[in-house]
Write a protein that binds this ligand. Structure first.
Ligand code: 4AZ
Length: 355
């Protein structure tokens, strides 16, 4: 993990010095056309139109050229929901990201490009070791391709041959050789024990690792957030989300993927959550700025109630920092708590569903 951390830091610093305010660690700048002899994904082959209907590209919303703007992959799991990696959405707002569905060739296919309405990033994503690297995007409108199945069972899948797919770098030395055509490659799933011996505590039961001891086939920069799929009797199931690795396709290292099965509850809860009801703070069935006013007012009255019942009376319920006395420090903590709760509500619930 140390190696990955170093890599990310290096890239981040490079981008900072390049003056690109919104460029994340995996953002690329230069695109060079790859020559036909260069191995693809890393060690992959061209996908055919329709092979992977549920794969999507995440595109920087400010860039009209799909190829130039692509920075991560994702998988459609419902007509208006995409699952991707948290490190693809971390620090971003819905307005920063578009989703492009229904394309194989980023340069020539038209597809459906839609705005993101809501980002539901895993609340325990750790940007230092990339634990819980999963995020959900709700689309501003549904797209037509068939979503992928995510009901993958609890098996380890060790030894099974998985398929990795993406528009990421095709050159293991990070030379920024990005393909127009979607790439695919097959890699075996390895045990978490072996993976942990390489990457340490970054590997949890939410991780799935795949690749060859000799390297050669792997995901790389730009593939992040995209799918690792396993064959089923009826088609494919989404088992992993491209997360990280020490470089790409290097001997002795493997690709690390977020294990989708571990996050079934987070996915189901997030997709089934009633965001509209949550946003309707004043209960008038209309989502508008009045709800923000109402939610703030609720916070203020909660604070006043606490002041009257706990702070002024010096009761035990006023001693938030548990130092044996009720002081202005406790009042400050209460204020912070209410402000944070309001901000959480804004982030989780308050997407204006209507004007
Ligand atoms: C990346 O930087 C990245 N070999 C993604 C996957 C892997 C390495 C790097 C796995 O997005």
């Amino acid at each position: 993990m140390q190696l990955r951390k170093t890599l990310v830091t290096t890239l981040t610093l490079t981008f900072l010095f390049a003056g690109a305010a919104d460029a994340g660690p995996l953002k690329r700048f230069a695109h060079e056309r790859i020559d036909a002899a260069t191995p693809k994904i890393i060690g992959g082959t061209d996908a055919q139109p329709g092979d992977w209907p549920w794969i999507v590209a995440l595109i920087q919303s400010g860039i009209s050229d799909n190829f130039q703007g692509q920075f991560c992959g994702g998988t459609l799991i419902a007509p208006d929901w995409v699952v991707t990696a948290a490190h693809c959405t971390d620090g971003k707002s819905p307005g920063d990201i578009d989703v492009l569905a229904g394309v194989t060739d980023l340069k020539n296919d038209i597809g459906e490009r839609v705005a993101v309405k809501r980002i539901v990033q895993h609340p325990e994503f750790n940007s230092r070791n990339l634990v819980n690297d999963i995020s959900l995007l709700q689309l501003s409108s549904p797209v037509s391709p068939t979503p992928a199945a995510t009901d993958v069972g609890p098996e380890t899948h060790e030894g099974e041959l998985a398929t990795i797919i993406g528009w990421g770098d095709t050159d293991p030395t990070f030379r920024n050789d990005f393909p127009f055509i979607l790439q695919q490659a097959e890699v075996p799933v390895i045990s978490n024990t072996l993976c942990q011996s390489i990457y340490g505590s970054s590997i949890t039961n939410g991780s799935l690792c795949a690749g060859y001891a000799d390297g050669g086939k792997d995901t790389c920069q730009g593939d992040s957030g995209g799918p690792l799929v396993l064959p089923t009797a009826t088609g494919w199931e989404l088992a992993g989300i491209t997360s990280f690795g020490n470089g790409c396709a290097q001997p002795g290292f493997y690709g690390v993927y977020t294990r989708v099965a571990t996050y079934e509850t987070y996915i189901d809860d997030s997709l089934n959550f009633d965001y509209v009801a949550c946003a309707d703070a004043n209960g008038d069935s209309v989502i508008n700025a009045d709800d923000i006013t109402a939610h703030k007012a609720d916070g203020r009255s909660e604070l006043i109630t606490w002041i009257n019942n706990c702070y002024k009376t010096g009761s035990a319920c006023g001693d938030l920092n548990e130092d044996g006395q009720v002081t202005r420090a406790d009042l400050f903590l209460k204020w912070i708590e209410i402000r944070n709760a309001h901000n959480d509500w804004l982030a989780v619930c308050w997407t204006p569903e209507a004007s």
